[in-house]
Design a protein around this ligand. Structure first.
Ligand SMILES: NC(=O)c1ccc[n+]([C@@H]2O[C@H](COP(=O)([O-])OP(=O)(O)OC[C@H]3O[C@@H](n4cnc5c(N)ncnc54)[C@H](OP(=O)(O)O)[C@@H]3O)[C@@H](O)[C@H]2O)c1
Length: 286
């Protein structure tokens, strides 16, 4: 059985991937921290060489955007240099490398939606370090690689979803009288479960290059909160506020919404749907 190595198996996306791939025809390799540590990029290279995987799904990252801004050296080590080491190991072993990147590599002063042909221009160190990771894969990585850029990821479900959607659902269920949500920043949502199905498809079909994977439609957190209030029949008030009400260490772009021009060409691949439907399905299974 060939080895399939995954990094970041304990994360939001990683937990769907580990579940989804546990019954595949691969020997699933999940290196412990003492074997593969992003803080020590050399361990990433050595561990890839140890297992010589047929395929690597690289999801581990420092995903705290504000921490990356306060400590860019952490972003550089964990997201940029560790990804470079994984790319070099994958090249040496001829592995198929799937790298999960982010819509945060884009930023714009207008509310536009970016496709795969648009030139990245990250506005914060998280986005910069993830973009460096993409470039390192293209420069030092194997012949066959797939970079998947995801939008605002939703997943985890009850008790495990501590991101925006999970917090709003909890607030609604607790009966707070008002929910405030930012309306002057737009992005796209990516359902982690749907992305994990696409990754499983990619391992079997080995598409190469860069692809955007997000539900259709650029939206603000206010629109998400409003939709959640309709789905859950919330009786309180949803108020639109400016992002200046929630000061953060890292600048957030006016838009990092994404769409794909390549995904429709992958005719047998599982697709994300319209954002309202994908959000509703997530809430119904929460
Ligand atoms: N969340 C989003 O909205 C979003 C959007 C677009 C793209 N992405 C990308 O998608 C990928 C998965 O995101 P996620 O939200 O699922 O991540 P997450 O929940 O924050 O999980 C991060 C993973 O990285 C691992 N990790 C952290 N530090 C490590 C280290 N020093 N050595 C080895 N592993 C380490 C964590 O392991 P421990 O549990 O042991 O700490 C965890 O498994 C990331 O590459 C991220 O950049 C995320």
């Amino acid at each position: 059985m060939s080895n399939l190595l995954i990094t970041g198996s304990t994360g939001m996306l990683g937990s769907y991937i580990s579940r989804n791939l546990s019954l595949s025809n691969f020997n699933l390799v999940i290196p412990p921290r003492n074997e593969l540590d992003l803080d020590n990029p050399q361990t990433c290279y050595e561990t890839i060489l140890k297992y010589r995987p047929y395929c690597i799904i690289h999801m581990a990252a420092e995903t705290d955007v504000d921490l990356c801004e306060r400590a860019p050296q952490i972003a550089a080590r964990k997201n940029a240099l560790a990804t470079q080491s994984i790319a070099q190991g994958a090249r040496e072993c001829g592995s198929y490398l799937v790298y999960i990147s982010t819509s945060n590599i884009f930023s714009s002063a207008n509310q536009i939606i970016f496709n795969e042909l648009d030139i990245p221009n990250p506005s914060n160190y998280y986005g910069k370090s993830k973009f460096y990771g993409e470039q390192a894969i293209a420069m030092f990585g194997p012949k066959d690689f797939l970079i998947i850029r995801a939008g605002w990821m939703i997943g985890g479900g009850r008790g495990k979803d501590h991101k925006f959607v999970g917090k709003i659902i909890e607030a609604i269920e607790s009966g707070v009288p008002e929910i405030k949500a930012v309306s002057d920043r737009i992005g796209s949502i990516t359902e982690a479960e749907s992305l994990s199905c696409f990754i499983k498809w990619a391992i079997d079909n080995r598409p190469a290059g860069i692809v955007h994977y997000a539900s259709i439609g650029g939206i603000s957190r206010y629109e998400i909160a409003l939709e959640l209030s309709k789905i859950l029949k919330y009786r309180g008030k949803v108020t639109s506020v400016s992002s200046s009400m929630f000061p953060l260490s890292a600048p957030r772009p006016l838009s990092d919404a994404i769409e794909s021009i390549y995904l429709p060409l992958m005719t047998s691949a599982p697709f994300p749907g319209m954002w309202r439907e994908d959000l509703e399905r997530y809430v119904m299974n929460f």
